[in-house]
Structures are given as C-alpha cells and as structure tokens.
Design a protein around this ligand. Structure first.
Ligand code: ATP
Ligand code: MG
Length: 205
C-alpha cells in the first residue's frame, strides 16, 4: 500500500457475517476516507471463550464470500491462523510490522464493544497502534457514549460512525436457522447458500 495510507480493520467473530457488518465497513470507509477495509475474523476470541463458536475456517470462508464483489474489501487469515486465543494487540502489532509506520490503522468495532476494549489487556499499547472507530447500532445513545468517554481516564482516541439502522445480529441469524426461519436479505446470498450447504447453526449452540 502507498505511504500515508489509511487502513480500516473490521474485527469480528462473523458467526456469520451479515449486512450490519458490511454496511458498517462501507460507512467507515467513506466517512473516514479509508483506502481499504480489511475484515479480520477472530480465531478463538478471548472475550467469547465460554461460547461455542463455529470453526474459524467456515467463518473465514463466509467472510470471503460476503466481501468478494467489493474491490475495497479484503479478508485476512492472520487471526484464524494464529494459535491460541485471539488478542487484538497482537494483530495490530503484526499489521504495524507489515505495513510500516506510514500506514494509519483504524480499528472498526461496535460502539458497545469499544468499552470492552478499554478494559482489554495492553489497552495503552493498542491506543498507540490504532485509532478506534465505534459504529453505533440502532437504539444506541451516541451522545451519552461521547459524554461518558470525554470524562474517562483513557488515552484512547475513539471516533464514532453512525450506520443506517440495521437491527441485524449474528445471534438472530443463528436462531433463525435453528428455528427454520428465513435468513435471506439479512446476509449476502452466497453466505445463505454456504450455511445451508454446510448445515451450520441447525443445532442449539
Ligand atoms: P453476535 O450476535 O454473535 O454477538 P454480532 O452480530 O454482534 O454477533 P460480531 O461478529 O460480534 O457480530 O460483530 C463484529 C463487530 O460488528 C462488533 O464490533 C459488533 O458490535 C459490530 N456489529 C455487529 N452487528 C452490527 C450491526 N447490525 N450494526 C453495526 N455494527 C454491528
Ligand atoms: Mg456481538
């Protein structure tokens, strides 16, 4: 990538990826003038250890299927291939090494998740490596979040991006598949087909 590039990183479990993730990445790309967005499916997420998560390879492939038609979107295997629990600080360090100091990193995450990050280990290091973009979900009180953050003792720099109201979640999609209800128009059609072909989410999990 050219020097002075702005790289967005969209981290998530993507179990499965859906239009909420895709529209968030697109809005961040446009509103923050990013060059590309790199989707980063987690390996074994440190924050979700107690939850049963679909094999990383399936989540990675669905992310590829969902983003394949967009030339500004890429998918990384970095976390999927790294053994052990996933820590965002490791990923940001690796990306910094790969792209060098001239590329600015923007970590895109749900505005709700931003507050978990402040509690992550190595939060100070993370703050030095990337700017955070918190995506608001429907019903989220952006002004309250801004006010709360202004008063907080943290060196984190968080910008917010407002995304069109999309009450889609992976949890809801998994529940729909389990209950044999439709998931079309909640996630791209190739992902719908892949879930069906592999028989994902049919059992309670
Ligand atoms: P789950 O229901 O299993 O928690 P999820 O739909 O929240 O899944 P994740 O993979 O956990 O999906 O989300 C990755 C990131 O995308 C998180 O930072 C999350 O807050 C954000 N996100 C998820 N759904 C939406 C949505 N509809 N609009 C905006 N951001 C979203
Ligand atoms: Mg979530």
């Amino acid at each position: 990538m050219r020097t002075g590039a702005r790289l967005g990183i969209m981290g998530g479990t993507f179990d499965p990826i859906h239009f909420g993730h895709l529209v968030t990445a697109q809005e961040a790309l446009v509103q923050f003038n990013l060059d590309r967005v790199l989707f980063m499916p987690t390996g074994m997420p440190a924050l979700k250890v107690r939850k049963i998560v679909t094999p990383a390879e399936d989540r990675y492939l669905m992310t590829v299927l969902a983003t394949a038609s967009n030339p500004d979107f890429d998918v990384s295997r970095m976390e999927v291939d790294r053994p052990g629990l996933t820590y965002t600080v490791d990923t940001l360090r690796d990306l910094r090494d790969i792209h060098g100091p001239s590329t600015e990193l923007f970590f895109i995450t749900g505005a709700d998740a931003v507050w978990d990050i402040v509690a992550w280990r190595d939060a100070e290091t993370i703050a030095d490596l990337a700017t955070f973009i918190g995506a608001t979900r429907p019903g989220y009180d952006l002004d309250a979040a801004r006010r709360a953050h202004e008063g907080a003792e943290t060196r984190f720099h968080i910008d917010y991006v407002e995304v069109p109201a999309l009450a889609i979640s992976s949890t809801d999609i998994r529940g729909r598949v389990r209950d044999r209800r439709p998931i079309s128009y909640l996630t791209p059609e190739p992902v719908v087909a892949y879930i069906d072909k592999r028989g994902l989410y049919r059992e309670a999990g």
